[in-house]
Design a protein. Sequence first.
Length: 30
Amino acid sequence: EEDGVKIARRTVAKYRDQLDILPARMRKRV
């Protein structure tokens, strides 16, 4: 389970870098 959370956090960071327009809503969803 901990690994899954780490991967999800990494994915969010990757998306944030690519979109560079991710609102705080997605961060709250995660």
